[in-house]
Design a protein around this ligand. Structure first.
Ligand code: 6PG
Length: 270
């Protein structure tokens, strides 16, 4: 996998930590990985599946992918976009993770509408989660039938059905160690059977829709993007073993795990 040379690399038990100067460096590395894998997978099996994270951190990445340098080289007709989680708001709400990606990226590149698999978070949360799980299963099922790109769904333990395997997953990190919409001490942390769940988050007083750990951990490549001083404590804790924090539970079974972090976020990591 290709990415720009980091300032420093640390090798941890289950992944690599690449430290860049700032969010621009982190985002450029993420864009290069997206380009590299999308070209490789489009050539190898005809499609490329990427899961986008929520929050504000990926905004610079989206703008970069939509800009002249990357947009012309990404094989958009083969790219399928999914979301790791969504806030339970309308798709035009400023809180919507879909809206952020739509405004900064999707509306600016030639990706077919049918390749954009958003979470319909305007539905009741349990329905939205169920529908999205079906959407994911349906997508991978049809890709496997239509010419069988081997490796699109690996053997897995979720309900005895093969667990879908995304090519690339981007994740964010919350200052409390959450990732996706899996917050500490919430039920989604222990989910073993579903691919997507409705997760009630008491500290937010709100429901979130989130992909689950068995699905994320079946991906071929999982990349965290972490920027800023407010993430330094959580990053240190997660990378040093971090007592059951959600982000620590991301451990791809066969895939690769990369942490793209900036200098400020890495300031407490030794
Ligand atoms: C969400 C995300 C969440 C996010 C982190 C980091 O919907 O909020 O799923 O996991 O990635 O909270 O958010 P920032 O990038 O805004 O710091």
């Amino acid at each position: 996998m290709r990415y720009p040379a980091p300032l420093r690399t640390m090798t941890k038990a289950d992944g690599k930590v690449l430290i860049y100067e700032d969010i621009a460096g982190v985002s450029r590395a993420a864009a290069e990985i997206f380009l590299d894998l999308s070209v490789r997978e489009a050539g190898r099996k005809g499609f490329f599946t990427a899961v986008l994270s929520g929050g504000g951190t990926p905004s610079v990445l989206y703008a970069l992918l939509a800009g002249d340098e990357f947009a012309v080289s990404v094989p958009w007709e083969a790219v399928h976009l999914f979301w790791g989680g969504e806030r339970c708001v309308d798709m035009d709400d400023p809180m919507s993770n879909y809206k952020n990606a739509r405004d900064l990226l999707i509306s600016k590149v030639d990706i077919p509408t049918g390749n954009v698999h958003r979470i319909r978070a305007e539905l009741a949360p349990d329905m939205a989660a169920l529908e999205y799980e079906q959407e994911i299963r349906g997508f991978f099922g049809s890709m496997n039938k239509g010419g069988g790109p081997s490796g699109a769904a690996r053997e897995g333990a979720v309900h005895g059905e093969a667990t879908p395997a995304f090519d690339l997953v981007f994740l964010g990190l919350g200052a409390d160690g959450h990732t996706l919409s899996i917050f500490p001490s919430t039920s989604a942390l222990h989910e073993k059977e579903r691919l997507v769940v409705d997760n009630y988050v008491e500290k937010l007083g709100a429901h979130r829709i989130t992909m689950t750990l068995p699905l994320i951990n079946n991906a071929s490549c999982v990349v965290f993007l972490v920027s800023g001083k407010d993430k330094a404590g959580a990053l240190r804790e997660v990378l040093s073993g971090g007592g059951g924090l959600p982000a620590r539970m991301v451990r791809p079974v066969k895939g690769e795990l990369l942490w793209l972090v900036d200098r400020e976020a890495a300031s407490l990591v030794s």
